[in-house]
Design a protein around this ligand. Structure first.
Ligand SMILES: Nc1ncnc2c1ncn2[C@@H]1O[C@H](COP(=O)(O)OP(=O)(O)OP(=O)(O)O)[C@@H](O)[C@H]1O
Length: 876
């Protein structure tokens, strides 16, 4: 017998072709074989860029261009039949291969056989799923703690509409962004797995192309607000979108409509579980631009090989469910801009910290809820199985206890005197509010408990899903099958007695069904009415008419009971779907409670404090620590530092040796300010962090060679962005501005940037620099203060104290650091010699003294100068 694949190939090509003129036959529709005509029809109805996996027996086959594209991606052989290129993948390992195609950014259409194959007849086939990178449910590609967003972007005038759908969780949201930079930052934050945009929107394509991998042009008319309005209204069955906050938001409506259209029409997906649409506004949140998101390493480390927890998210994440982890990422990358909302979260964290045993109990219980959002996503999108129903039940069973723990907490979390704004004391309790959104569903739990077996299998069509006693018809079928099996078991005993063959066995396999097996030495005793079916190495197999009759009964009953089980599963699923909005609301509330609990747990473990949050432009931190570094330092203990930015000190200039801790310190301040805006407590002894409107960072040197920008160009573009967009409410951290060019150019730029920030912008600024000359500025401008990172010199060596102290410094200790780094002794000694000469005078190319120290004279002149003009730095 041919292996199945060969059989299929011969079969299909027997129908398809028997000569090398296949391609011509394919091209003329009327001459196509029935199967190829079927293939053509199905392929013709699909999105052009989808690769069609066409089920043929135990394989999925790809033909023509699909095969040519897929074979190298899948690393399978590209073969030919006639002139038709083809390749195939085994059905049982298809998921692995499909993942590879999705990872490569392709869409995959899966065409199944809808009936048993019968030789000589065309099998019914149709597409059951079209998958794309932003719309699949493949666990191997999904990260539990990350959303898998499909995004749609639509530009109207200067605004951009952005809509996001995560099919795996049922999350659907949209917003409008006013600038390209804001759009890029939001996309960077959310990192969609796939983005659709109008095909003709050339500028948008250009803008997104270099930053985001999977962009798909989609029909322009679908984005038009009038069409989109209709699509969204139709999906939610509402007359107006005002209730979603979409009034007068053409760009957001366009994007939301397009994403729905793409899912339902292009990918033919069921989106019934997108039960709500939330429209959010950038102004509700602290603005973090793309550079800040990356450089502060909020969600992802800058360097791929960095430890996983080397991010703010990694250091803060103590959530106990994946949905909590996803929500935490959201909160950290989208800090709040409203003191009241921040106060509500702080109250919740504080309540937990004051009720630690309740917190522990709550978190232990919450663990059992697992990924309720994704369980719901799978069930409602039709990919879920009975195990998902069992998981849903387990999650819902935790609800009464979770609610009762919440109910036992004091209603107000405030009251330790740290709060600055008295009105926050009367805020409604966020814990109470979230608790009221967690819904108990005893009927549904009961229904699942009665219906679904304790440990159901993964497969839905092999039985074993439904409990005995749930459905009388199923019980009857099972009884029939069981009694048949008892009859067969008894038959073996009876036949042994009747024939005297003690080794006689009644067995079953999927090819022959039930049969009687007799070993070679006993064949002479086989009765006349046994019908020989097969000879095997050590004996023979027989059937009898009565055995076959009973087999028919058993198999019939089994087949029907499996079918019925599947129907019953679908019925229970329907019951669940009727409660979908309540369960989604419960999941969302539990995700938030998980984050609040995680904030409390981190605060408790690392002694965080509750920052006061006001509106007067003050940042005053006592004994602040870097949240990530403090958890990751193995050799040193983290040294805490203070920060004071207010009406008196607007710009803090931080000098100090290499390696002393300048960058760490300024990043730490930015992270603590950010963290305070999320409602989390922060690693400090005491803190007041007033609201800021944006956090800007200019850190580190990175080339953007892909876009043809040099290190210095990148540095200056980032600086320009800051100077053009910062306000008096912003926080800016600048690390070594000007380093990328010649000393004098760099110093001049740094000098005038600081002046501009001080005189024109008024933003709170931390400026770490190696230009000691800049410390002169503190004497000239009122709100600039010098700090340096203390070191102790000892026998020509330095000890880093990591303490930020007031005052400037004029030594870099670069040579000492070079020695610590292992630079050869001879080089170090020569460097010292050159340094000495430099300090005294200018050098010849050989490193010898040439003339008197002009440098020093210039500095002295500078010191004597009366208050600015600013360009006098190197004048004269
Ligand atoms: N407060 C601190 N407590 C303990 N260790 C610290 C502290 N601050 C910094 N460090 C350690 O010192 C190292 C160097 O710090 P950092 O990169 O901030 O120095 P830097 O002054 O910016 O150096 P450079 O000027 O060479 O860029 C950090 O990687 C960290 O391990």
């Amino acid at each position: 017998m041919l292996p199945k694949r060969e059989f299929c190939r011969n079969f299909c090509f027997h129908l398809t072709t028997n000569s090398s003129v296949t391609y011509r036959l394919m091209a003329a529709d009327k001459q196509l074989t029935p199967m190829m005509a079927q293939y053509r029809r199905i392929k013709g109805e699909l999105p052009k860029d989808a690769i069609l996996l066409f089920r043929l027996g135990d394989f999925y086959e790809m033909f023509f261009e699909d095969a040519q594209v897929a074979a190298p991606l899948l690393n399978v052989a590209l073969t030919k039949r006639g002139v038709v290129p083809m390749c195939g993948i085994p059905f049982h390992a298809a998921n692995n291969y499909i993942s590879r195609l999705l990872k490569a950014g392709r869409k995959v259409a899966i065409c199944e056989q809808l009936e048993e194959a019968r030789p000589g007849q065309l099998v019914k086939r149709d597409v059951t799923q079209i998958l794309s990178p932003g719309t699949h449910f493949d666990e191997r590609m999904l990260a539990a703690e990350k959303n898998n967003f499909l995004a749609a972007v639509y530009g109207v005038g200067k605004s951009f509409g952005l809509a996001l759908v995560d099919l795996t969780t049922g999350s659907f949201k949209c917003t409008e962004l006013e600038t390209e930079a804001a759009l890029l930052a939001e996309l960077e934050r959310l990192r969609p797995a796939e983005i659709i945009l109008p095909s003709e929107a050339a500028r948008l394509h250009e803008l997104l192309n270099s930053n985001f991998p999977i962009l798909n042009g989609y029909e322009d008319w679908v984005f038009a607000p009038e069409t989109a309005l209709f699509t969204v209204r139709d999906h939610f069955k509402v007359a107006s979108l005002d209730g979603f906050g979409l009034k007068n938001k053409g760009a957001a409506t366009g994007a939301a409509g397009a994403v729905l259209h793409y899912l339902t029409q292009h990918l033919r997906r069921d989106v019934g579980h997108l039960t709500s649409l939330s429209c959010y506004q950038a102004s509700d949140y602290l603005t973090l631009d793309i550079i800040t998101l990356r450089h502060l390493e909020i969600l992802e480390p800058l360097h791929r090989d960095a430890a996983k927890n080397a991010t703010l998210y990694g250091a803060l994440n103590r959530t106990v469910t994946p949905m909590g982890a996803r929500r935490l990422r959201d909160w950290l990358s989208q800090p709040l801009a409203d003191a009241k909302a921040i106060g509500c979260r702080q109250n919740a964290v504080q309540t937990w910290m004051e009720n630690v045993s309740a917190l522990e109990q709550f978190r232990a219980q919450l663990t059992q809820v697992r990924d309720l959002e994704r369980t719901l996503g799978r069930l409602s999108a039709g990919t879920g199985n009975a195990r998902d129903l069992a998981a849903l039940r387990l999650a819902l069973e935790q609800v009464p206890m979770l609610r009762s723990i919440l109910a036992g907490l004091p209603t107000s979390g405030a009251g330790n005197g740290l709060l600055q704004e008295a009105e926050e004391i009367s805020e409604p309790s966020l814990l109470g509010e979230l608790g009221s959104q967690v819904v108990e569903l005893p009927d549904l739990i009961d229904q699942i408990a009665r219906a679904i077996a304790d440990e159901p299998p993964l497969a839905l069509k092999e039985g074993g899903l439904i409990r005995d006693g749930f459905d009388p018809a199923l019980d009857e079928l099972r009884a029939a099958s069981r009694s048949g099996k008892d009859w067969i078991a008894k038959l073996q005993q009876d036949e042994i007695e009747r024939t005297g063959i003690s080794s006689l066995k009644v067995r079953f396999n999927s090819v022959f069904g039930y049969y009687i097996e007799v070993t070679a030495s006993n064949l002479s005793k086989v009765p006349q009415h046994y019908i020989r079916k097969q000879t095997i190495a050590n004996g023979e197999r027989f059937i009898t008419p009565e055995l076959k009759e009973m087999e028919g009964k058993i198999l019939g009953a089994e087949e029907r009971s499996i079918k019925l089980e599947y129907e019953l599963f679908l019925r229970v699923r329907e019951v669940m779907l009727a409660r979908l909005p309540e369960i989604q609301q419960t999941a969302s509330a539990l995700a938030q409670l998980d984050v609040l609990g995680s904030f409390a747990e981190t605060a408790r473990l690392y002694s965080y404090c509750r920052p006061q949050v006001g509106t007067e432009n003050v940042v005053n931190i006592r004994d602040g620590r870097h949240p990530v570094l403090e958890q990751n330092l193995s050799e040193e203990r983290f040294v805490s530092n203070d920060t004071q930015l207010d009406q008196q000190v607007q710009v803090a200039l931080i000098t100090g040796p290499n390696m002393a801790g300048k960058s760490t310190y300024i990043r730490q301040v930015a992270l603590l300010v950010l963290l305070a805006h999320t409602g989390s407590f922060i690693p400090a002894a005491e803190a007041r962090v007033d609201l800021v409107d944006r956090i800007f960072t200019r850190i580190g040197a990175s080339d953007d060679l892909a876009r043809g920008q040099s290190t210095f160009m990148v540095e200056m573009s980032e600086t320009a962005n800051i100077l053009n967009n910062a306000t008096a409410k912003s926080l800016i951290i600048l690390d070594e501005i000007g380093r990328g060019t010649s000393t004098f150019d760099g110093l001049s730029l740094a000098w005038s940037i600081v002046e501009h920030l001080h005189n024109q912008v008024g933003a709170k600024t931390l400026f770490a620099t190696h230009y000691h000359e800049l410390t002169e500025l503190a004497g000239r401008l009122p709100r600039i203060k010098n700090y340096n990172v203390a070191v102790r010199e000892w026998n020509d060596q330095i000890v880093f104290l990591r303490k930020i102290i007031e005052g400037g410094t004029d030594k870099s200790y670069g040579i000492q650091v070079a020695r610590l780094a292992g630079v050869p002794k001879a080089v170090i000694e020569r460097a010292k010699e050159i340094l000495h000469n430099l300090e005294e005078s200018e050098l010849t190319p050989e490193g010898n003294v040439r003339q008197q120290a002009r440098h020093r004279a210039e500095r002295d002149k500078l010191k004597k100068l009366a208050p600015p003009p600013q360009l006098d730095l190197f004048g004269g």
